[in-house]
Design a protein around this ligand. Structure first.
Ligand code: PGA
Length: 244
């Protein structure tokens, strides 16, 4: 399995011009043999950027209709998008998105031929209350309801502890490894051992070039979801190289 490094630009940069520059520089320099590189810009730029590594940061949980302000999976597919982030903690926190909605987003994405990147992770309070396993289990089980064995093989799961996102307080290698093993156990219970072993599980949360290799080499992550550091081309390239 190739490692996957995903750039999540969030609500950046501010203009078309900057987005085009960042995208083309990232693609030019992030040439990697053993690593798949995916870039997720804001919706507004997706139609301007071309590449098979294009991802969206969100998608509607319904396929079409009266959902003002939303974007459907088919629209994304039509724009040349291949991946979509689902359930990012910022969506859960600021837009009150639920696991049931994640389930709809995943189903619609898969029907349209997009590859979902399902984000899960506990908050600081949940971590301190030792609720991490319960939270991860609920998030996975509810988001994957009625997703078949064949479908689940195509999903990427991103373990992103909420307290590690954008804080500089990245999760330790041991803690990440424990979470990844736990996620495989849940997948094994829901599906089977083989699917769990082959599932692409990545880490996200304050990844920088100085800590990125540790997650891949020592925590068993099959890739990384990179936020802030993906806006700095040199830093992002160093992260991609560290995964090679
Ligand atoms: P960060 O964001 O790398 O800035 O912590 C990660 C993410 O939100 O996926």
């Amino acid at each position: 399995m190739k490692n996957i490094i995903i750039a999540n630009w969030k609500m950046n940069p501010a203009t078309n011009k900057e987005a085009k520059k960042l995208f083309s520089e990232t693609n030019k320099k992030a040439k990697a043999k053993n690593t798949e590189v995916v870039v997720c810009p804001p919706f507004a730029y997706l139609g301007l950027l071309k590449g098979k590594n294009l991802g969206a940061q969100n998608v509607c949980f319904e396929g079409k209709g009266a959902f003002t302000g939303e974007v459907s999976a088919l629209m994304l597919k039509d724009l040349g998008v291949s991946f979509v982030i689902v359930g990012h903690s910022e969506r859960r926190k600021y837009f009150n998105e639920t696991n049931l909605q994640m389930n709809g987003k995943i189903k619609n994405s898969m029907e349209a031929g997009l590859k979902p990147i399902l984000c899960i992770g506990e908050t600081k309070q949940e971590f301190e209350a030792h609720l991490k396993p319960d939270v991860l289990e609920t998030q996975i089980t509810e988001a994957l309801k009625d997703i078949t064995k064949e479908q689940v093989k195509k999903i990427v799961i991103a373990y992103e502890p909420v307290w590690a996102i954008g804080t500089g307080e990245n999760c330790s290698v041991d803690e990440t490894m424990t979470s990844i093993v736990f996620i495989r156990k849940i997948i094994s219970e829901l599906y089977n051992r083989e699917i769990a072993d082959n599932m692409q599980i990545i880490y996200g949360g304050s990844v920088k070039s100085f800590n990125s290799a540790d997650y891949i080499k020592h925590a068993g992550a099959n890739g990384l979801l990179v936020g802030g550091a993906s806006l700095d081309v040199e830093e992002f390239i160093a992260i991609v190289k560290s995964a090679e």
